[in-house]
Ligand binder design. Structure first.
Ligand SMILES: [Zn+2]
Length: 82
């Protein structure tokens, strides 16, 4: 079985700027077609609650997700069943 590098991130100097760090958003490999063509995603990630734009994978992993966890853990009355 061949290893498919899912989640592989390739720098894209023409990518849209990240709304947090302003670096161009890299392309992420999200899948592979039956014919072997790689499917890329270059729209980045939802940057909320930091802002309403899109952000790069680094900012998503290191800023956005951290902030979301912080917000949820601070809200002791948060109803997870809603
Ligand atoms: Zn960024």
């Amino acid at each position: 079985m061949s290893a498919i590098p899912m989640g592989k991130v390739v720098p894209n100097k023409d990518g849209k700027p990240c709304s947090i760090c302003q670096e161009p958003i890299a392309r992420e490999m999200i899948g592979i077609h039956m014919d072997g063509t790689i499917i890329w995603w270059d729209e980045g990630h939802n940057a909320r609650p930091i802002n309403d734009g899109r952000c790069c994978k680094f900012c998503n992993d290191n800023v956005v997700i951290q902030q979301r966890i912080l917000m949820i853990s601070k809200d002791k009355n948060y109803d997870y069943n809603k």
